[in-house]
Design a protein around this ligand. Sequence first.
Ligand code: HEC
Ligand code: HEC
Length: 321
Amino acid sequence: MTNRFLRNYIIVGLLVTITGGIILYQFLPDIKYPVIKSDPTVWNVPDINALPRTPEAGLIRYGRELIVNTSSYLGPKGSIASISNGMNCQNCHLEAGTRIWGNCFAIVASTYPKFRPRSGRLESIEYRVNDCMERSLNGEKLDSLSKEMRAMVAYLKWLGKDVPKENKLKGMGIPQFPFLDRAASVEKGKQVFYLTCRRCHGENGQGQLKPDSSGYIYPSLWGPNSYNVSAGIYLVSRLAGFVKYNMPYTDTPAGSQLLDDEAWDVAAFICSQPRPVKVFKADWPVLATKPFDFPFGPYTDSFSELQHKYGPFAVIKKRHL
Ligand code: HEC
Ligand code: HEC
């Protein structure tokens, strides 16, 4: 008798506790535990100063130094070799390739070897670096086994070591922004240049050399010491994208300071000026893969070289991949 009573008592007690618990639970404040998760659109640049004092780390540091002060080592008066035009890799890959929107190197390690339509082959990092040596620095290739090439590749691999191939990072490479509905204007671009760029890059786009002429304080934008016509940045859309997000240069990223049409027009003006001509006959083995703004024919469409160079681009792009 006492046992059964006790049993019922316990069962009822349990039921009351459970139901009460469930009811109370509804009224509990919604507790959110802090989740420590980094923003997948932001690249966390590894810290070069945190590297140890080992030979491997030394090679990475040397690679960074070569990218920042290329001219001191490989320029016309270079201490290692005289095989490039006096520009530094950093002139176009800002802050040693670590600045977002500044043609950064975040995704190099994870995407190379990579198939590129310009060469029509799978390219290693060494191959891609030599592309910029021969075109952007209007120079000569480095031996893949040279200390300088191994150092730059070590730096690029270290820089991108934590970036997965599939990523959501923002501001990689040179971003694209909307086309104009007209052709980019050399005349209007000239005015933008004189108002906004001349004070640093010089009256004739020649830039400004360091006092000991070991390299540039402000690099040339055209003329004999600039990149050649086979460089990627000779395409109006690449140049406009770079300029739109990065020029006038500021020590800390200042966001876009130019209007879209100013960036397109000034890029057209710079691309209309003379620069070294070096042609690579094996480029674009499949004509249809030429970019919409590639300024040299033949093409698979009927638009002129002039329209391919300056636009209007939307109609051409429609016909492209
Ligand atoms: C005159 C400008 C310029 C200079 C100088 C320059 N580059 Fe480049 N580089 C570019 C452009 C433009 C691209 C292609 C970016 C794009 O299309 O998004 C590029 C691409 C690259 C890439 C491939 C990036 C990727 O994500 O696929 C590497 C690696 C590279 N450059 C290394 C170098 C190195 C190393 C140097 C110095 C030896 C150098 N560059 C100098 C303009 C330059
Ligand atoms: C305050 C000075 C300053 C102004 C103004 C300025 N730039 Fe630059 N520009 C630089 C510096 C410095 C670099 C190289 C950055 C580096 O090496 O870290 C550079 C690099 C460049 C490059 C890539 C390297 C090359 O030589 O092709 C281009 C293109 C460029 N500037 C275009 C422009 C244009 C177009 C304007 C005007 C809209 C402009 N800049 C205004 C300082 C300036």
